[in-house]
Design a protein around this ligand. Structure first.
Ligand code: HEM
Length: 242
């Protein structure tokens, strides 16, 4: 879609989401050309912007998914755990999320790998809190790190060639409709290269030597999967001619 929409060169690492089919878990690839992540402290502002964007794009787009998420207690997900603690901040977040000199035409942009997850909260809540903590790798009430081999946290600790931890900037947004039995997490990984969240996903869904698949997937099912490129602000201000 990039060439059709913008012409010109494309971000070096932009490619469709790679479906993962393991013996127990499946990460589907689902289509999508345009992804809008609208975020504000006030829901009415998000709603108004979404309504305006859809009004202007009417007739040119088919909406495949629309998810309204919310912040839940003290940054918790619908499984009750604090989410986002180990996210990088400040310069470390920029280093993890933003394309640098490796692709000069797209410096300052970011790759967004997105997946919508639905959780089996009945099965999750049937677990003792200690068992849930072993799945996540952190304590529930106090959000302290645990030494929990094989946990979600452990599976997603990925080391680079120099032995340092490979970071992504996660935005995991709770959503749901209790009346419909729907409890979910809309997961977005912003990364300088899609390779890092893709490595994490392979470990989560397929498992790797000595780790995974991720026990969180026994309670969580991915229903969408796409990769997008988030252009730097300057790119949007000076869109190439097509
Ligand atoms: C089912 C949806 C998911 C839920 C509910 C979830 C939840 C959590 C929670 C509660 C933590 C611990 C607190 C924190 O540091 O944020 C965590 C950590 C983490 N998750 Fe997830 N996660 C989900 C999906 C994913 C996916 C798909 C990826 C990778 C592509 C991922 C990567 C990570 C990473 C890198 C960490 C930090 C590990 C560390 O350095 O301690 N998560 N997640």
């Amino acid at each position: 879609a990039w060439s059709r929409l913008f012409g010109g060169p494309r971000p070096a690492e932009l490619h469709p989401f790679r479906e993962l089919a393991g013996p127990r878990h499946h990460a589907p690839a689902t289509p999508g050309d345009l992804f809008l992540h609208i975020k504000a402290a006030r829901t009415d502002l998000c709603f108004a912007l979404a309504a305006e964007l859809v009004r202007r794009l009417r007739g040119t787009i088919t909406v495949r998914d629309e998810t309204q998420a919310f912040s839940y207690f003290d940054s918790r997900n619908v499984l009750g755990f604090v989410d986002g603690t180990e996210n990088p901040v400040g310069q470390a977040a920029a280093d993890a999320a933003l394309v640098g000199d490796e692709d000069p035409g797209f410096r300052g942009g970011s790759y967004a790998l997105v997946q919508k997850y639905l959780h089996d909260v009945d099965a999750w809540e049937a677990l003792a809190v200690e068992a849930q903590e072993k799945v996540i790798g952190r304590t529930k009430l106090t959000n302290l790190e645990l030494d929990a081999p094989g946990s979600h946290k452990d599976v997603n600790t990925v080391l680079g060639p120099d032995g340092s931890e490979q970071k992504i900037l996660r935005s995991a947004m709770p959503f749901g409709r209790p009346g419909h039995g729907e409890f979910g997490t809309y997961f977005v990984a912003y990364a300088r290269t899609p390779e890092i969240p893709e490595t994490m996903l392979r470990k989560m869904f397929l498992g790797g030597p000595g780790s995974g698949p991720d026990p969180l997937l026994d309670y969580s099912r991915a229903v969408t999967g796409s990769v997008f490129f988030v252009p730097p602000a300057g790119f949007l201000e000076a869109l190439p001619e097509v």
